[in-house]
Design a protein around this ligand. Structure first.
Ligand code: HEM
Length: 146
């Protein structure tokens, strides 16, 4: 197994950890916000682990960017939907999502009230989640190949 394959499988598998943690963070923050619940230590830890998982995926992605044969810089890159997706679109969308998670997390830290913390996490993580799902789905759309 090459270094490329190891990083590709790691990055591909790690998506599920990011999904799961971000999803749990969203659900608990929605329940906390709408149910007017206190912001607990467990809430804080799950939100933090979701942030850490996104940052870890970013680091693995950066390494993969330099290893992947799907990332190319030549005159045909933008014409081929696969190379365009991985060279330009994928990382751009994912970085937007990771920035949203990072901003949401640091904003929530500075807010005093439990409701405000839950609300901030819910909104930022939810938008980030849709960006991630949208980006992955875009990479698989057959229409991109036409
Ligand atoms: C939350 C962040 C991210 C998630 C969830 C994610 C998820 C994925 C997934 C699921 C794939 C497999 C292909 C697919 O099914 O679309 C993939 C491939 C790839 N990702 Fe990411 N990614 C993230 C961030 C990044 C970042 C920030 C970079 C680069 C800086 C990056 C670079 C790549 C590359 C180069 C591939 C192609 C691997 C190959 O050669 O097959 N990813 N990513």
């Amino acid at each position: 197994m090459s270094i490329y394959q190891i990083f590709r499988d790691l990055h591909s598998g790690f998506r599920y950890i990011v999904f799961l943690l971000v999803l749990v963070a969203i659900i608990q923050s929605l329940l906390g916000w709408l149910g007017n619940k206190p912001y607990t230590e467990l809430n804080r830890k799950i939100n933090l682990f979701a942030l850490i998982s996104a940052h870890t995926q970013l680091l693995i992605g950066i390494v993969l960017y330099f290893l992947s044969p799907l990332v190319q810089f030549n005159s045909g890159t933008m014409k081929d939907p696969t190379t365009r997706y991985f060279t330009v679109e994928h990382w751009f969308a994912m970085i937007i999502a990771i920035v949203l998670i990072t901003i949401g997390h640091s904003k929530a830290k500075r807010i005093e009230t439990s409701a405000g913390k839950h609300k901030t996490i819910a909104i930022f993580y939810l938008i980030a989640f849709f960006v991630i799902i949208g980006a992955i789905m875009a990479g698989h759309l057959p229409v991109l190949g036409s």
